[in-house]
Every structure is written in C-alpha cells, then in structure tokens.
Design a protein around this ligand. Structure first.
Ligand code: SIN
Length: 291
C-alpha cells in the first residue's frame, strides 16, 4: 500500500490512506512505519494522520514505534501533577479534556498547554514526540499552534547565532506552575529537583542534523550564568522572533486526527477559546539528552 502525503503548512505533513491500528501490525508494518516516520521528519516535525479509529492499546503501540513512553515500565513518569489525569487502565495515556463525568469530576487536564512550550523540556531526557488523538472536538475553537524552531534559528542574525552558541538555559517546571492555567492544579512534588535541568539553547536534531532554538516560555527559567533579569530580554526576543506568523502553523482539528509533533524542533500552544466539550488522549515519547 502507499500512503498519501500533503504538506501541512511549511512544517508538517498530512497523511491519509493508512490505518495505524491495522496496517502497522502486518508483515509490512516496519516498512510502512519507516515511510511514515521519514515523511514526518522530512516535513519538519509535524504530522497529522487523518481518520484514525484506534483504541488506547493501539495508540500506545503506534507511539512506542517512536521510542519508549513516559510511564512505560522502567521509564520515568511525567510530573506528578498529571498523575490524576492519566487513563486509569493505561498510565501512558494523559487525558487532555475540559469535560466532566456524570459525577462532576474532570475527565482530563483542562487548559493543558495553554502557553508556548516544548513538552517536558524540564527533564534531562525531555519528550521527543507527543502523539495526540482527537476523540471529541468542539464545533469551533480549540486549535493548537506550532512554531518552527529550526526555521526560527535559521533566520537569526550571525551575531545572535554566535552569541547563543555554547549557552545553556535552565528549564524548570516551576515556571509553568506559575501560569494561571497550571497554578490551581500543581502539587508540591512538581517542584522537586527531577523537574529542573539544563539544556543547550541551540540543539542539534539527532535525526536531521538541523539546529533549532530550544527555549520556551512555558518552562525556561533563565540562561546559565545570567540572572533572571539579564536573561529576560534575550529570551523574550527569541520568543517574539520564533512566534512570528512566518514560523507558525495553526492546526484546526478534525475528529479522529492523530497528530504527532517533534518537541525537539517545535513549540506548541493550545488555544483555550472554546467552551464545548474537547476530549483528547496523548502519549509522550521520551527522547535523547539534547546536544
Ligand atoms: C498539550 O500541550 O499537549 C495539549 C495540546 C492541545 O490540547 O492541543
């Protein structure tokens, strides 16, 4: 079988003609996955596979083809805050939802990711890919915006590139914890040392060799060796630069979209502009230590 590919903005690809729950388990599964992964990387790190009808186990199996998942046996969990939003039978699945159940309890994390961020960048081995499955979407609103941090890096001046080379930044979950969306739900354990780390401001992609900016307003606290005040104007400049319209793609969800993004080269922002029900399930693939 051959998959159909169409560009998704300047940083991604739309894939149709494949059923990841069925087609990847056959004898040709490895070749087909290789083709899908290559299309994803060549496009710039974002991929939507349309019209998927998968259960939680199929979602996990597909995601594991990219690498180990947070909450897999022997692998670290996500930050403690999200533990109450994990699927009760599949801890690898983080539920992102504004819905309440018939007892009035949340069915997932409301307002997750309503700030620019790269998933789990506050860990030594941050998220490589996130795989988000749209089970219920509102009639309008609830888009997710992506910023191409490789294109943003390429467009910096030589002077700025030279200044950033060799600099590291501190990533700390406490930065996100202070936002209006996270503040009401964070718990003390989120502030422990496992949720802080140091990464190069410019990282080199392990598969493509491309350089990307690797700082984000959600989790980056300051530049190593600089005070928070000294870091602020430099980081704010990089965020303004990276979120110019030329580097963005806005995903308007369709039901049963399976979206895969590469956190090593994209930041994202979940737009909280809806009140109707939105229910999604996400797995998070553990990546390598950024270099
Ligand atoms: C997230 O940051 O993983 C949530 C994205 C979304 O809900 O659109």
């Amino acid at each position: 079988m051959t998959i159909q590919k169409k560009p998704l903005g300047t940083l991604g690809v739309e894939i149709t003609g494949v059923d990841v729950g069925r087609d990847l388990s056959g004898g040709n599964g490895d070749n087909l996955f290789g083709e899908i992964r290559q299309a994803w990387q060549e496009a710039g790190g974002l991929m939507v596979i349309r019209d998927q009808s998968i259960d939680q186990q199929q979602h996990i199996d597909f995601s594991r083809r990219f690498g180990p998942l947070f909450h897999d046996e022997g692998q670290p969990p996500l930050q403690d805050t999200v533990s109450r939003y994990l699927h009760p039978d599949y801890p690898q699945i983080y539920r992102v939802s504004n819905k309440v159940d018939d007892k009035g309890q949340p069915t997932g994390r409301k307002g997750a990711g309503t700030y620019w961020h790269s998933d789990v960048s506050f860990r030594d081995r941050p998220a490589m890919a996130s795989v988000l499955y749209a089970i219920q979407i509102p009639p309008y609103g609830g888009d997710t915006i992506f910023a191409d941090m490789a294109a943003a890096y390429d467009a910096l001046s030589d002077g700025m590139k030279a200044m950033l080379a060799g600099l590291n930044a501190v990533h700390d979950f406490a930065v996100a914890a202070a936002t209006q969306y996270a503040k009401p739900v964070v718990i003390d354990k989120d502030f422990d040392g496992a949720n802080q780390c140091l990464h190069p401001i410019v990282r080199t992609h392990a598969d493509t060799g491309r350089k990307s900016l690797y700082v984000n307003p959600g989790f980056t606290s300051h530049i190593e060796g600089f005070t928070v005040e000294e870091s602020r104007p430099i980081l704010d400049h990089l965020y303004r630069h990276a979120t110019q319209p030329e580097f963005l793609y806005r995903h308007a969800w369709q039901p049963h979209d399976l979206l895969v993004w590469d956190n090593r080269t994209l930041m994202h922002y979940a737009v909280s502009d809806y009140s109707a029900d939105r229910y999604m399930e996400r797995t998070t693939v553990i990546g390598e230590r950024p270099v």
